[in-house]
Write a protein of this length. Sequence first.
Length: 458
Amino acid sequence: MASFRSWWPALSLARQFTLASSALVLAGLGVLGFWVAQKIESGVKAHTAARTALYMESVVAPYLQELGSQPELSPENKAALDTVIGKDAARLRVVAAKIWTRTGVILYATEKTLVGHKFPLTPLLSRAWEGYVEAQFDAHHHGDDHGTSTPGKEPLLEIYVPIRHSVTNEIIAVAEFYELTSELNRELVRSQINSWLVTAIVSFTIIAGLYTIVANGSKTIETQRAALANRISELSGLLQQNEELGQRVQGASRRAAEATELQLRRLGADLHDGPAQLLALALLKFPSVTDVGAQVSERQILRGVLEDAMAEIRNISSGLALPEIEKLSLTQALMVVASEHERRTSTTVACEFASKPIDLSHPTKLCLCRFVQEGLSNAYRHAGGQGQAVTLSWSDSFIIVEVSDRGPGIERGTRERKRPTLGLIGLRNRLESFGGHLTISSAPGSGTRLTAYLPTGA
């Protein structure tokens, strides 16, 4: 059974159809042939019985009419029956004949020893007394159960014909004849073979026509299946190329983010070590002892401007540069960013970090640290540092970092103001380059929440 289940699906549709239809047609052919054979046999028996009945009515019945008025046949009529039946026996292939009464008594028989004997009525004899002409093949007994026997092994055809009175139409006797069936059997076999051949030819013609149609359809399906397989293979190759290109683009984005980070560090260092140092030197060189009059006020104003400029440059450079976090875990790096923000702004940041250690690449940590740095800068700028909080968690697919405040929130329809550092647009682009995304939820009077989602494998 298992081998059939593996063998059958491997066949083409045309072969599956051929095998299945052939089995069904052969089974149907067998049933149809058997039915046709039965019909032919019934027809032959009916035809022979009708011929015998016609013979009885025209030749034998006139000698039996006296049974309508008396229970026995006269010797003259018995002799006439012997003559008539004996003359026609060879032509009709009749080997025995009997005349029955309703009580089962044999009034006449070609085998004289049976005359006067009484036998039980058989079903066929009873049907004949009901007015039906009955016939059956007796292929095994070569006679019947009423003492009739014939020499040889040739099967016989038993025929029962009701004999009616010519005036009253009442059944007055039943005539029983035994005919040899060798010639009849040959004709019957010939008719059955012809019917089987015609049925087989028609059936196989239908199978051949249907097979041609199914074979053409199967060929078309196989061609389309091969084309579809090639198309799927091409699409799979294109999909793989697309994935490779996506990975290359993502890698390029990460390298660009790293280069941007390095450039920002260099810019912060240049601002700190260049203009800031020069301004500091100018302040040191500035005379500490001032003249009286207008020069004093001018020098004080100039000193104040220089101090403000130096503070601004230091703020910019400190906002651009991040502490060294390469050797820190993500939790430690975010703690350092929050502590730096607290030191610069003299505010408080509530931190809630998951305890599970997360192993991330350095570019990914930089991305999340920049997100927290920008988010806290926005919270300080727009919410005055009220309710600043940083949360780190993760799911099966994403690392989730949230920065929130309890400030005035963002009104719907207002544009984002310019940020002091990278800005939310830059953060969104940075997160998307790592396969993540950014969400912003805010309502007037309810504060603002920035949420970063990064894939765990980023």
